[in-house]
Every structure is written in C-alpha cells, then in structure tokens.
Design a protein around this ligand. Sequence first.
Ligand SMILES: Nc1nc2c(ncn2[C@@H]2O[C@H](COP(=O)(O)OP(=O)(O)OP(=O)(O)O)[C@@H](O)[C@H]2O)c(=O)[nH]1
Ligand SMILES: [Mg+2]
Length: 345
Amino acid sequence: MKFIDEAKIQVHAGKGGDGSAAFRREKFVPRGGPSGGDGGRGGSIWAIADRNINTLIDYRFARIHRAEDGDIGRGADKYGRGGEDVELRMPVGTLVKDEDGALLADLARDGQHTLLAKGGVGGLGNLHFKSSINRAPRQFTRGEPGESRELALELRVLADVGLLGLPNAGKSTFIRAVSSARPKVADYPFTTLNPSLGVVRIAHNESFVVADIPGLIEGAAEGAGLGHQFLRHLSRTRLLLHLVDIAPLEDDADPSKDARALANELKKYDAALFKKPRWLVFNKADLAADAADADARVQRILRALRWKKPWFLISAINGKGCKQLSGQIYEFISKIDKKGGRRAV
Ligand SMILES: Nc1nc2c(ncn2[C@@H]2O[C@H](COP(=O)(O)OP(=O)(O)OP(=O)(O)O)[C@@H](O)[C@H]2O)c(=O)[nH]1
Ligand SMILES: [Mg+2]
C-alpha cells in the first residue's frame, strides 16, 4: 500500500429548474393572474469524511459524479422539486484539490461535510413579475447551471500507530500477525525498504492503521543504515510501538542499550516524536528457554531502562500476545478520540 493514495474525479452539480410562465385558468375567473412557480434548485455534491472508508480506490473506478437537476416550475403556483444532493464518502484525511492544485478541503474529522459543487439556483416563475403595470407578465427566468469541476483527491494514509525498532526486531512480522498486510519478512537487516501500512480490524467498524517502517540504527540521524527520514511517516500517529528483540543472535547485543540508542535517534529527529506515547513491545518470546527465562530477560531490560510505561511480551511469529496488544492499542487510541483527537480510519 502506498502512502499517498490519489484519484481524479469530476463533479457536476444539478442545474436549477426553469421558472414557469403560466396563468391561472379556473372556472368563473376570467382572467386569472400569473401562476408560474419557480424551478427547483439543482442537487449539490458534497464530500463527507467517513472513518469506515480506508482508501480512495473506489474513486479510481467511478470518476464522474452527477447530481440531479431541479424540476421545472409549473402552473397553479407549483414550485419545482429540488434535485437530490449527492454525498461522496471519503476517508478521513482526504485532501480535495482543484485542477490547479489549490486546496479546497482537508477532511480531517469523521463526519466533516464539504461542498464540492453547488447546485444551480432554480429560475423564477412569472408569479414574481406581477406588478401594477404588468398584470399578465410572461417573463420567467431559467435555472442556473450547477457547478462543474475537476478535482484531485489525495489521501495521506494516516497511521494511528507506528512501529519502531532495530532491523530484524520483527516489525514486519508483527504487522503480518495483526493485519492482512503482507510486507516482506527475512532474517537479514533492512528487509523493509519502504514504509507500508496494515489495517488492524478489531471488530466491525473498529480498526486502526499501523505503519511499518524500515529499521532504525544508532547514528541514523547522521545517515547510518537507511537514515531516519522514514520517521516523518510517524509524525501524525498517536502511539509508537517500540519493538525489542529479547533474544538477539549477536553475542554482544545489549537490548537495553539498543533501545536507549533508538530513543535517542527519535529525540534527534524530532522532540515531538520523542514525546509521543511509546510502548515497549518485547518480541520473540518463543526464543526464550521458557516463560521464566523470557520474564527474566524482560525484567532486566525494564530495570536498565527504568521503564515505567506500558510494555508487552509477544511472539510475532506465532501471534502470541498480539491480539491482546491490538485490543489495548485500540482502547488507547479510542480514548484519545473521545477527547477530540482524530482517527486515521
Ligand atoms: N523466533 C521468532 N522469530 C521472529 C519473530 N518475529 C520475527 N522473527 C524473525 O526475525 C526476522 C526479522 O523479522 P522482520 O519482521 O523482517 O523484522 P523487521 O523488524 O521488519 O526487520 P527490517 O525490515 O529489516 O527492519 C525474520 O527472520 C523473522 O522470521 C518471533 O516472534 N519469533
Ligand atoms: Mg521489516
């Protein structure tokens, strides 16, 4: 999945209905006055941010969207019916730009409405043109055309949660365990070269997006490894998961030292990112001799880091602990939402 999802669409609002030039024709009323009603307004086209929609893919297939025209006015004072509006549901985070690239709307919040193309105003019926000197006006006006425009939709796919960790910590394996995303996994460093996303579904209408980024190593700020430019993809997340391999292969590996170094790289990149909520996720529990050994390894790292914040022990390769972790993540970000934060999906 790309980080930028795009689509080009055309929106055509409905034309307003023409006004009517009619006269009253009733028994015993020899010269009925004007009775032509107004035309109805044309339907407008709206964009609505919907957190249940994750991509713009539907808009790459259905490109042209039209709203209904307003009905014409009729005799006997009848006004034309307005055309139905069209609502285009788009993912939260969609940017709507015009042909020249100017930003028309940033659909940042679930439920946010934006007018994309306004329906034409209905024409006036001859009712409106009656005056003391003209009691039988034949004038009416035509409905106005609806707005038409070409729009570019752009979605910066927003991740709620970002994965951090040394190469080989098991970030991609974790995303495979909790989502249907299938990033490459291999036992050499820097397997992941490009960020990718996974949607984690907890239940119907309950999901969040996780970003898998390339591994980070000490000195990334100075360009070591793949550098740290990928951290920009985490700037709008609400939670960072810092994956730590509790059973690294190298004899001289020190997980707590590595974890501290990684936190340092975060700080060097951006103090705001460093301050984001970050949970430690100890991975590869299955490689410990037994549960007690796994626990001892975890406690050693926690003590060395003086870590007081949440931590989890999982085994991404067999999914152990992953479901429970996903549930806690969802609960955590839902709480932020209730305080007025934004959701990626
Ligand atoms: N035994 C065991 N192996 C794991 C576990 N999670 C990941 N691995 C293995 O660790 C290696 C690295 O896994 P990846 O998921 O590619 O690691 P990554 O953090 O995405 O690595 P980069 O993309 O290089 O940064 C692979 O050989 C995985 O099979 C686990 O829970 N247990
Ligand atoms: Mg990877």
